[in-house]
Write a protein that binds this ligand. Structure first.
Ligand code: HEM
Length: 219
């Protein structure tokens, strides 16, 4: 995928990702995210937003818009294991194998599709979790992605993203428009909910700043 490629490979793979995103309509992403979220929360008294909404809904809606089935559970597994410093286990390898099959076999186009879903997963969940917490507490919204990893000459390097929520330059996030539309739809569907507890538990990652659990209930 583009994220971990350099030079001409990066340019070509990024173009595939950009082309896949280009036809997506922000209004329908927002509406679908709204409706999916409403359906999920309708059946629950207390909602852990991170687990049941912020991760599965954006990825599910994005997958549908890309012509794929709802692969959000497999994407969440791969998203937790695809960074170069993490060794994936058998479950994540199996999830990736299923994603490759659903995306049309081991090609650069399939990798671009999977790359979009995996990139969308934690980052958009963070945008939603941080946005909801900020709106319900009056505290400023935290930036979800604090740093990024790149592969340079076979080495992993960490690049700080301080002050640039979607990155900048030739690797800037190509998904900011769909991400904001998806997050807006989810947050709209959670209007009228309140937090059940004060401070959420935060994920323990040096690169991500987002709640691990964020429980809300109506009224
Ligand atoms: C629909 C949701 C999203 C999609 C499809 C998406 C897709 C992508 C892709 C394909 C890349 C790799 C670009 C490249 O290597 O040239 C990328 C990079 C990036 N994304 Fe997103 N993204 C999404 C949501 C987000 C969100 C919500 C954030 C943060 C708030 C974010 C922050 C970033 C950043 C900072 C990078 C640059 C990483 C780097 O410089 O190495 N993305 N995104």
């Amino acid at each position: 995928m583009a994220r971990f490629s350099n030079g001409p490979d990066h340019v070509r793979r990024r173009a595939l990702a950009v082309d896949l995103l280009a036809p997506l309509d922000a209004d329908s992403l927002r509406r679908n995210a709204f409706e999916r979220t409403r359906r999920i929360v309708a059946e629950l008294d207390v909602v852990d937003v991170m687990a049941v909404v912020a991760r599965p809904v954006p990825v599910g809606v994005l997958a549908e818009a890309l012509g794929l089935p709802d692969v959000s559970a497999d994407v969440a597994g791969v998203a937790a294991a695809y960074h170069p410093h993490v060794s994936p286990g058998a479950a994540e390898e199996a999830a990736l194998t299923r994603l490759v099959a659903v995306c049309g076999g081991p090609t650069e186009l399939a990798a671009a599709r999977i790359g979009l879903l995996v990139q969308a997963c934690d980052a958009t969940a963070g945008l939603i979790g941080n946005g909801l917490r900020a709106s319900l507490t009056g505290k400023p919204a935290e930036q979800p992605v604090l740093a990024t990893r790149r592969r340079v000459g076979g080495e992993d390097v960490t690049v700080s993203l301080a002050g640039t929520p979607f990155g900048a330059g030739p690797r800037a996030c190509p998904g900011s428009r769909p991400a904001l539309a998806l997050a807006a739809g989810v947050l709209e569907a959670l209007r009228g909910f309140r937090l059940t507890e004060g401070e959420p538990a935060w994920v323990s990652s040096p690169n991500l700043r987002m709640p691990a659990v964020l429980r809300v209930t109506r009224g």
